[in-house]
Design a protein around this ligand. Sequence first.
Ligand SMILES: Cc1ncc(COP(=O)(O)O)c(C=O)c1O
Length: 354
Amino acid sequence: MEITRTKESRLSSIDFENLEFGRQFSDHMIDMSYKNGAWQDPSIVPYAPISFHPSMHALHYGQAVFEGMKAYYADEETVHLFRLDDHHQRISDSSERLCIPSMDKSSFIESLEELIRLDHQWVPKKHGHALYVRPFVFASEEYIAARAANEYRYMVITSPVAAYYKEGFNPVSLTTTDNFVRAVKGGTGEAKAAGNYGGSFLPAQQAQKDGYTQVLWLDAKENKYVEEVGTMNIFFLIGNTLVTPKLGGTVLPGITRRSVIALAKEWNVDVEERRITIDEVFDAHSDGSLKEVFGSGTAAVISPVGLIHHQGKTLELDREKIGPFAQKMFDTITGIQYGKLDDPFGWVHPVKVG
Ligand SMILES: Cc1ncc(COP(=O)(O)O)c(C=O)c1O
């Protein structure tokens, strides 16, 4: 892998006390091309603008997928990546759905290790802070034709981010919508396709105008089964059972979701991955069995839900704080990620940087 180091690091210009998510980028990035039927020329180069023609395919047809993960500071010599195999599997699955050639696991992992080694000083040291890692692939062919492209570019950029919760947990409020859907069976909902997000911004804006944090998506066909939230999967603790919508083509298979399920099972909590209607959630709240609701995702890990609005009805949980189950889940997952707790599942991928 060819590495070109930056002549001048921007590290000293970063105010690590005031990081804004996704605004500052580390010194280097991965860049690889797909041409003539093969991925080739893997390189690490200084983070810089890239040039392309206005006819670049991805701009017109949205043939683009991405991933989101984090690198965690463990100690002076070690940075942790989390569930790398799963991220590789998901970007491969997303790529397949979008007709993008996938790349082998060793190139994916080795190039990330190299990038982390090179930019390890960009991994914030404070507990809770992390280096957000954004791999993405897009059709780079200069050709406007509505068919899969023949040329692609894979890149990885990284961005130091602050703790998601700076002043304690902030429970989110969710609303369903009767006017929009996120994903239909057979569509691209289970892929991390760029276009899925583009289409979700208008409903999200409307939800925010109405005073809610995010949309709680229901199924597109009957508008009654709960699916997920903007960038999180969703869990309901009903009695002593943890219920989450099953995957089935329309829900993004979250890696935090998978971790929550594995840990809950380890703790002998009954876990049900099944269809759950929004009415069942409201009924469980009415009869007192709905104990906790929380989202799961890489950005916040666990995000308590304090309120759900659906067709004029509102369900309120404790809007001030996180429930004990969600708290334990948050503490355990972050403990494993930062190397403070044992990693019985082998989720952590240590990168030696010292
Ligand atoms: C639509 C959607 N659902 C769920 C998630 C949570 O997935 P993960 O836990 O892998 O971050 C994300 C974030 O990637 C997302 O974008």
